[in-house]
Write a protein that binds this ligand. Structure first.
Ligand code: FAD
Length: 367
């Protein structure tokens, strides 16, 4: 039986950094592209809003010289562990942006390049006539390739792909908070490493600070990341900057399940990109770079037009290995109880060494 004709070369589910990056690259190389996004933009999402060096490089390449980069340059990153504070000056190589701004910027470009973006449309995968297609309400859309860029852990079981356990599950939260004197100043980022997780603060404009928390999901039932971190670290300095009933007074988001590592990167005419292709941890602030990098690898594999899944898998392995190794190194280092104990007991940490590692992981590097 011959396969029905496709409506598009590529259909993409999800318009986060991964979905939009792929849409831009593919539309630029004359592929017909449709993107389904269940939310209406601008929308927020759990994220610290820190654009690492590799993410900024990737954005610059996508946006070219004529368009303004989203957000503002980051002028200081401080790491607070116990009573120690380490500082790193990224010299403008990293940026801070609201996710609503970043994601809207990328989808705008995708549309300018010719991709069709359908907001407010929740898409599902459906298997029919020997291949996967996209179901939106009563409509069934066919595409030669479908990129699943829907964020962590969605729609995978249907494909027969499972996620491996890579460590303790983490939960996360985010909200936007009016700036105050105890929060980082404009263009500054502060990461507070606590027992069981972290609180990240970033100030991308005069009025708002992004507060993002992640914590291991072990503890009392129904306990939020905020409640758990506060219970485990009652004396941490960070709490004086946040309202006691956070996150309920301000804009609050839900929880996310990670680490996440799928046992394969696609099946049939479907490829997984972005967080869905593997997401280890948010400690290094490198998830956006990894999402964009996987999208570009998928776009390259599609443009080659043969052995797409094998080509994508090999590219992603090669290009991601360094990125992931770098971010895991920082994550592991800062989460060890030895470093935490050392920082709590003595006021002086091997500052140069740690700042160098942070710089290596978050600021430097190419995607
Ligand atoms: C607490 C925390 C802090 C973080 N901080 C940072 C940071 O500072 N810097 C950084 O680089 N990374 C950070 N990250 C990671 C970063 O947010 C992700 O890696 C990145 O958003 C992944 O992009 P994505 O495009 O794969 O998925 P997402 O950004 O999650 O986008 C997925 C999109 O798909 C849409 N969607 C889902 N299901 C459907 C459906 N069925 N139909 C249509 N649309 C659908 C969603 O609405 C969403 O818009 C953080 C993560 C956490 C949890």
């Amino acid at each position: 039986m011959s396969r029905p004709k496709s409506d598009f070369d590529v259909a993409i589910i999800g318009a986060g950094p991964a979905g939009s990056t792929a849409a831009i690259e593919l539309a630029r190389s004359a592929r017909t592209v449709v993107v389904f996004e269940k939310k209406r933009f601008p929308r927020d999402k759990i994220c610290g809003g820190c654009l690492s060096g590799p993410a900024v490089t990737c954005l610059q390449e996508l946006l070219g010289n004529e368009r303004r980069l989203p957000g503002i340059p980051c002028r200081r990153i401080s790491f607070v562990i116990g009573t120690s504070r380490l500082e790193c000056n990224p010299s403008g190589a990293t940026r801070i942006a609201l996710r609503s701004e970043l994601d809207a910027c990328l989808t705008d470009i995708a549309q300018q390049e010719g991709a069709e973006v359908r907001y407010g449309q929740t898409a599902q995968l459906e298997f029919s006539d020997a291949s996967w297609c996209v179901r939106v309400g009563s409509e069934c859309i066919r595409a030669d390739i479908i990129l699943l860029a829907a964020g962590l852990g969605r729609q995978i079981n249907k494909l027969g792909i499972s996620a491996q356990r890579t460590g303790r599950r983490l939960i996360a939260q985010q909200w936007l908070q009016p700036t105050n004197i105890a929060l980082p100043r404009l263009g500054e980022v502060e990461l507070h490493w606590l027992r069981g997780g972290y609180v990240g603060l970033a100030t991308p404009n005069q009025d708002q600070c992004v507060v993002a928390l992640a914590s291991e999901a072990v503890g009392r039932d129904g306990e939020s990341a905020f409640e758990r971190l506060r219970r485990l670290n009652p004396d941490a300095a960070i709490w004086s900057a946040l309202p006691p009933d956070a996150p309920y007074r301000f804009h609050a988001m839900g929880t996310a399940g990670f680490p996440w590592l799928p046992n394969r990167l696609g099946i049939g005419n479907v490829l997984l990109i972005g967080d869905l292709a593997g997401y280890a941890e948010p400690y290094s602030g490198d998830g956006i770079a990894q999402a964009m990098s996987s999208a570009r690898s998928a776009a390259r594999a599609i443009m080659r037009d043969r052995d797409i899944l094998a080509c994508y898998s090999s590219l992603i392995r090669r290009r991601h290995r360094r990125l992931v190794q770098r971010s895991r190194m920082l994550s592991r280092l800062l989460r060890t109880s030895m470093v935490h104990g050392l920082a709590t007991r003595c006021r002086v940490l091997p500052e140069n060494l740690l700042s160098r590692i942070v710089e290596y992981v978050h600021v430097k590097g190419t995607v």
